[in-house]
Design a protein around this ligand. Structure first.
Ligand code: FE2
Length: 200
């Protein structure tokens, strides 16, 4: 059962993010720091996400829209990884903050080498519940994310500086200079009700 107070966890984050993007433009590093604080607080507890938005698919990782700013200044999405599921190598084209809610995920960064080919950079990192990570075109925007577990579901909450489901971005093929554009959309036609109150 989720109480009103528990549901307010998400509403509080949406309120704080709305206040943040209303402020005068600031350097991206400062924006990411502030957004990271809000996201860190959001994933410190795992009692607020409705089951509908934590449901894995047997084949495909899921991306459920939790909230989309009407002016497309930010969006909040729950990513649900079934056992062993992984993304293609992809970019975002906007800044983003990832907060780990449940389970764990691994992240491998990629960059273009001197020959113009996309290669993995650094070792894969693992994100544990309560931890956050950032992406953006200015600090590294190409990565591949996987469920760290082969036997259970993982859930992370993603904040992006745009409506990520509507943005045209890219899938890449490591070892080549090839990419293709895609628009991810969302896995559900409904989003979370921030004002639902207690649930039975
Ligand atoms: Fe990503």
């Amino acid at each position: 059962m989720k109480t009103t107070m528990q549901k307010d966890t998400l509403l509080k984050a949406v309120k704080n993010l709305t206040l943040l993007v209303q402020e005068p433009a600031r350097p991206e590093a400062q924006l990411l720091e502030r957004a990271g604080q809000i996201m860190s607080e959001l994933v410190q507890t795992d009692d607020w996400l409705d089951d509908e938005f934590a449901r894995p698919h047997p084949q495909f990782y899921q991306q459920y829209l939790l909230y989309g700013d009407p002016l497309d200044r930010f969006s909040l999405v729950s990513f649900v990884w079934g056992p062993g599921q992984t993304t293609p190598v992809h970019d975002h084209t906007v800044w983003g903050v990832i907060g780990m809610l449940r389970g764990a995920e691994t992240e491998q960064h990629f960059s273009v080498n001197d020959q113009g080919l996309l290669v993995a950079t650094g070792k894969p990192g693992t994100l544990q519940p309560g931890q956050i990570a950032c992406v953006s075109p200015s600090i590294g925007d190409i990565h591949q994310v996987s469920n760290a577990f082969q036997d259970k579901t993982s859930v992370s909450i993603h904040l992006y500086g745009g409506n990520i489901g509507r943005i045209s971005r890219h899938v890449f093929y490591p070892g080549t200079n090839q990419s293709k554009t895609f628009i991810s959309g969302y896995s559900s036609h409904v989003s979370s009700n921030l004002w639902a109150g207690p649930r039975a």
